[in-house]
Design a protein around this ligand. Structure first.
Ligand code: NAD
Length: 391
């Protein structure tokens, strides 16, 4: 039984999701390519990290991420910190020859992402960026249908990611509202998930025409490093400071294959929770997915007899992507955890088999370039071409 030692940096929301994935992956995908050992967990100081080790089942803890880079026992560096730390940690990890999974967005902007891609591309390691939603089985099934030509030539992609956790103007000024830490607002945080879906399903984005808008321009200053995504204690009496990132992004898209499309993302849409959707229509049919109903893929085919035309629902299960490892009956329920379990499986399988996995740092860099082009387009109020990562 091959074991692989993990150091996880950042014990917040994603620290929880990744820890769960390492525990559960061998239970789902049996035999596992390797069995992850939760070796060391790192957070801002020794006390926070020690508590996290108990909670998430790690053997050791550290208040300094550099200690795990230097540790020869560690095989995988898992970066689950706020965005401003991804680059420094990843570059050090690549130099130490560790395999790396980094949370998304890969970096705060394209220039920073380039330094990360440059660090990993000749390092002989497996690198992955954690855009996990494409690993929802229904999304992977949409990809399969598209590749099989079931909906013909892709004509249009309409993607949304709508949440409401930041709609309250007294919600705290967490790291997600600070450009120096996050890089951008809804654009980088959730808009990039839609960009990942768009590239995965429809190919490369070549041009964008974008609007960005900030509605809540100041928020009460937050104490502590963890972003509670609107669920933490609010303190409207705390001093307020400026929000310097976008609340909303709206963009038109042009794809290399001639398709056109649109993207919308906001964390201020009352009533929307994790409304990550896409609808794609092609010359032979259409596909619709909504993460809030993530066991389901809606499909409509032009060839259907006239009185049967319309969307039908396919519930994902054993016959569909990743079905061999998941639950034995369709519609038993795929959760957020399963997408991270599949992500851990694909990452560790690539390490063991010596292959590559996607999305990798090259994809993450390209996605940062698309996000930069969107910000540039919004500033110029015009179409902007997206540069392409070539090597
Ligand atoms: N893939 C997804 O669906 C998804 C969802 C949420 C967040 N994310 C990404 O995951 C990353 C983390 O987000 P989160 O929601 O878990 O944030 P969070 O605020 O819940 O947790 C971040 C953790 O990092 C710790 N941290 C901060 N500075 C540190 C340092 N110097 N050393 C070690 N630890 C440090 C914090 O104390 C905290 O425990 C971000 O890049 C975010 O964009 C991805």
């Amino acid at each position: 039984m091959k074991k692989i030692n993990v150091a996880l940096i950042g014990a917040g929301f994603m620290g929880k999701a990744h820890s769960l994935a390492y525990v559960a992956m061998p239970m789902f995908f049996h035999p596992a390519p390797a069995y992850p050992v939760r070796k060391t967990i790192v957070d801002v100081n020794d006390a926070v990290a020690a508590e996290a080790a108990i909670r998430f089942g790690f053997e050791k803890s550290s208040g300094d991420w550099r200690s795990v880079i230097e540790d020869p026992e560690i095989d995988i560096i898992d970066i689950a910190t706020p965005n401003h730390l991804h680059a420094e940690i990843a570059i050090a990890a690549a130099a130490a020859g560790k395999h790396i999974i980094s949370e998304k967005p890969l970096a705060r902007n394209g220039a920073e992402a380039k330094t990360m891609y440059d660090a990993v591309k000749n390092a002989g390691i497996v690198h992955m960026v954690a855009f996990n939603y494409r690993r929802t089985p229904a999304v992977a099934l949409a990809k399969k249908y598209i590749e099989e030509g079931a909906i013909g030539e892709i004509m249009n992609f309409r993607g949304t990611y709508l949440q409401d956790w930041s709609a309250d103007p007294d919600g705290p000024l967490s790291w997600r509202f600070q450009k120096a830490i996050a890089g951008s607002g809804s654009l980088g945080d959730i808009g990039t998930h839609v960009v990942d879906m768009a590239r995965y399903l429809c190919g490369e984005i070549t041009q964008v025409n974008t609007q960005l808008k900030t509605w809540v321009t100041t928020r009460p200053v937050q104490s502590g490093t963890v972003d509670k995504l609107g669920t933490g204690a609010k303190n409207a009496d705390a001093p307020r400071a400026a929000v310097d990132v976008d609340d909303e992004v709206l963009s038109l898209l042009e794809f290399e294959n001639g398709a056109i499309g649109s993207l919308e993302a906001t964390r201020n849409a009352h009533g929307r929770n994790n409304f990550l959707t896409f609808e794609i229509h092609g010359s032979l049919g259409s596909i619709y997915f909504n993460y809030e109903r993530r066991d389901e893929l809606q499909v409509a085919f032009a060839k259907d007899q006239g009185d049967r035309k319309g969307f039908r629902t396919v519930y994902t299960g054993p016959a569909h992507p990743y079905g061999e490892g998941l639950w034995p009956i369709p519609a038993l329920g795929i959760g957020y955890g399963e997408t991270k379990i599949i992500e851990a499986y694909d990452f560790i399988k690539a390490i063991v088999e010596g292959g590559e996995v996607s999305p990798n740092f090259k994809d993450g860099y390209q996605i940062n370039l698309i996000a930069d082009a969107m910000a540039d387009s919004a500033a110029k109020r015009s179409w902007v071409s997206v540069p392409r990562v070539t090597d």
